[in-house]
Design a protein around this ligand. Structure first.
Ligand code: PRP
Length: 243
């Protein structure tokens, strides 16, 4: 219930800060592919942070004093962690990471960019291994998503091998029969003689919110979501007009 949530609320207080009335709203943003588009979308909704745009900076935390907001960039898989523990109120990160990390956070908005698909891929000859439910090896950076797909959707027992990148190598060098990985343009697969064999789920960038922040800062966060929705709707209209 609501009361217990408040009692268990251990929103961390930052170094050198006291619990004041006007709290900062803290954003954890995923580094990497989604970062640029994330900043662009925030900017369109009126949330700017000039110092974050400086490519030479080694600073980790950026503040917008007027808006009482602050931002930090983190490794994608760490974003849901910061948000679950309340070190950030809000996170922006890919759905792949959200599913894989399986944290206790609210997913509140599909930001519509970073669209791609989670797929089972491999050489054409692996296709029948999937149909006959054979005990195959599956390499992935996303062992939880891979396991959920094979065990709970396909009822196929597989051996999952966790890798950290360049997953397409695995079937080529004989580590696994298939992989579960992100496909965006498909060019990595094409250039390595691999195919999409099955689709697991579509993916895109999402906004996530700490469960206690959603209650304590409801007004600010709801207003922010509303503003972002308007920005996204405007973008849709523009896209349609452009053809
Ligand atoms: C991702 C993903 C694929 C590739 C898909 O890898 O794992 O390899 O992008 O994109 P495409 O369909 O447009 O070719 P990333 O570049 O993030 O590096 P990684 O494999 O080392 O994780």
């Amino acid at each position: 219930g609501l009361l217990e949530d408040f009692e268990n609320a251990k929103i961390p207080v930052w170094e050198g800060e006291t619990m004041s009335d006007e709290r900062y709203l803290t954003f954890a943003l995923g580094k990497g592919r989604l970062a640029k588009q994330t900043l662009k979308t925030l900017e369109k909704s009126g949330i700017t942070c000039e110092e974050m745009k400086d490519p030479a900076t080694r600073k980790l935390i950026f503040v917008n004093e007027e808006m009482k907001m602050r931002f930090f960039l983190a490794k994608g898989p760490d974003v849901p962690t910061y948000v679950e523990y309340g070190a950030a109120d809000i996170g922006i990160v890919g759905e792949d990471t959200i599913l894989e990390e399986a944290r206790n956070i609210y997913e509140v908005l599909d930001l519509g960019f970073g669209k791609c698909r989670m797929c089972v891929c491999g050489p054409e000859k692996s296709r029948e291994l999937l149909q006959h439910h054979e005990l195959i090896r599956v390499a992935s950076k996303y062992p939880r998503i891979a396991k959920d797909y094979f065990y709970n959707k396909k009822y196929q027992t597989v051996e999952i091998i966790k890798l950290n990148g360049s997953i397409e190598l695995a079937p080529i060098v004989g580590l696994s029969e298939v992989i579960v990985d992100i496909v965006e343009t498909g060019s990595t697969l094409r250039e390595n003689g691999l195919q999409v064999l099955e689709e697991v789920c579509p993916l895109s960038a999402r906004m996530v919110v700490n469960q206690v922040s959603m209650k304590m800062e409801n007004e600010r966060i709801t207003a922010l979501i509303q503003k972002l929705k308007e920005v996204l709707a405007e973008e849709e209209v523009q896209k349609k007009q452009e053809g």
